[in-house]
Design a protein around this ligand. Structure first.
Ligand code: RP5
Length: 165
């Protein structure tokens, strides 16, 4: 059986993909393979246990976990794997993602989740953090990450322009 790609992106629902696809696209831009899965802590708890307990043995190196509302997925995954887990709070309809953020960020001491910003920014940055971790032992990836950041800098204009009315 082929080893898993270095990054697993898990999310609580199909509805999270609109946010989490930005993590996937960022990893794609950096040439990092990933496996994207729906794993719900409350709707598919057995799937979560199987994934998280087997993640390291499967060959994953970093887990990105996105969830909204009562977003226990990242914390529960972190409890069952020694791999670094980056949590992305998905913007919920009822509370604009504040619920997701607080559910993910306020982990008791002992089981860490690296918590990112709510929504797209968090998804993109989770991918960039995963890339930074993997680049510690992958010089080619480190070069690609440097180039990605340089392109971002070059894309920022010196001065603002007025938009057409
Ligand atoms: C969470 O509940 C998911 O992470 C999602 O953000 C939220 C809503 O899920 P759906 O009702 O849209 O499936 O489990």
């Amino acid at each position: 059986m082929a080893a898993s790609p270095p990054v697993a992106i898990i999310m609580g629902s199909q509805s999270d993909w609109a946010t989490m696809r930005h993590a996937a696209e960022t990893l794609d831009a950096l040439g990092i393979a990933h496996d994207d899965r729906i794993v719900s802590a409350h709707r598919t708890p057995d799937r979560l246990v199987a994934f998280a307990k087997g993640a390291r043995a499967a060959g994953f190196q970093v887990v990105i976990a996105g969830a909204g509302g009562a977003a226990h997925l990242p914390g529960m995954a972190a409890a069952m794997t020694p791999l670094p887990v980056f949590g992305v709070p998905v913007e919920s309809k009822a509370l604009s993602g504040q619920d997701s953020l607080l559910s993910i960020v306020q982990m008791p001491a002992g089981i860490p989740v690296g918590t990112l910003a709510i929504g797209r920014a968090g998804a993109v940055n989770a991918a960039l953090l995963a890339a930074a971790v993997l680049a510690l032992h992958d010089p080619d990836l480190a070069t690609r990450l440097d180039a990605w950041r340089a392109r971002q800098s070059e894309a920022v204009a010196e001065r603002p322009v007025s938009e057409a009315p």
